[in-house]
Ligand binder design. Structure first.
Ligand code: NDP
Length: 266
């Protein structure tokens, strides 16, 4: 089917099309590095125009945009601290101005401030909650009205297995990631009638800069906890996100666990 027809109000992508997301516009928060950069490239390779959000990494974000353009895709970078509601609103207003629509939102930006609870400060708590969880609320609030205009939308929130099972030294992070899961379910219930699905992806350990900074002896201990005895490639997470965006028509309020078996919820 023609792209023009597929992007008509309320019509989702055709998964059999080689570029099923042609004509769609996607925002990826924290798209300058790691998992977010992979998600940005994956969605662009499926035809979406991708907005690569970042807060500090202007050069890295420009690099992701350049890679996408070199492969024939479309992208632009947008700075905004997603923990800051007015900055987020301004970024989505620029997206609306430039692209006239928004179809897909990937809430990926996140930070760590790991400390045992005994040592955790109020600042460690507030920073992690506002960047990892407040950001999801801010971005959804700005994005949903544009999706309502389309009569179609996909919201994918990057949570973590840590939000499902907890982890030593991560009371702030696990609370934020668990909060994302509750938020995802409620928004899914509220938005289903508008053809907007809301799902979470829960990665296990992923080979990003974060993983490289873990000392080798600790890496070995972590690997012993993972039934598949390896960490994920960021591309494996990005492919799960693409699946939800392109093929997840009848999935909403779910958590897609891509974790090598480190957590087996039910
Ligand atoms: P990275 O640290 O590699 O990248 C983080 C990204 O988030 C960067 O693009 C960074 O932008 C952006 N970012 C951070 N703070 C803000 C902010 N306030 N506003 C806008 N952007 C911001 O992280 P990963 O790729 O490893 O993780 C991505 C997501 O996946 C996170 O939500 C993380 O919690 C989750 N996750 C990661 C796992 C892992 O093992 N790596 C496991 C499970 C979940 P900038 O370059 O400008 O700093």
């Amino acid at each position: 089917m023609e792209t023009k027809e597929r992007t008509a109000t309320g019509v989702g992508p055709d998964p059999t099309h080689p570029k099923p997301l042609l004509g769609r516009v996607a925002v990826v928060t924290g798209g300058s590095r790691g998992i977010g950069a992979c998600i940005a490239r994956e969605l662009a390779s499926s035809g979406a125009t991708v907005i690569v959000n970042y807060v500090r990494g202007a050069e890295a974000a420009a690099g992701v945009v350049a890679q996408i353009e070199a492969s024939g895709g479309k992208a632009n970078a947008e700075a905004a601290d997603v923990a800051d509601c007015p900055q987020v609103a301004a970024m989505f207003a620029r997206v609306k101005d430039r692209h006239k629509r928004l179809d897909i939102l990937i809430n990926n930006a996140g930070i760590l401030r790991d400390r045992t609870f005994k040592k955790m400060t109020d600042d460690d708590w507030t920073q992690v909650i506002s960047t990892n969880l407040g950001s999801v609320m801010h971005c959804c609030q700005a994005a949903v009205p544009m999706m309502l205009e389309n009569g179609w939308g996909r919201i994918i929130n990057i949570s973590s297995f840590v939000g499902q099972m907890g982890n030593f030294g991560q009371a702030n992070y696990s609370a934020a990631k668990a909060g994302i899961l509750g938020f995802t379910k409620t928004l899914a219930i509220e938005l289903a009638r508008y053809n907007i699905t809301v799902n979470a992806v829960c990665p296990g350990f992923v080979a990003t800069e974060m993983w490289q900074s873990v000392p080798p002896n600790i890496q070995e201990k972590i690997l012993d906890r993972i039934p598949m005895h390896r960490v994920a490639k960021a591309e494996e997470i990005a492919r799960g996100v693409r699946f939800l965006a392109v093929e997840g028509d009848y999935m909403t309020g779910q958590s897609l666990n891509i974790n090598g078996g480190v957590y087996m919820g039910w």
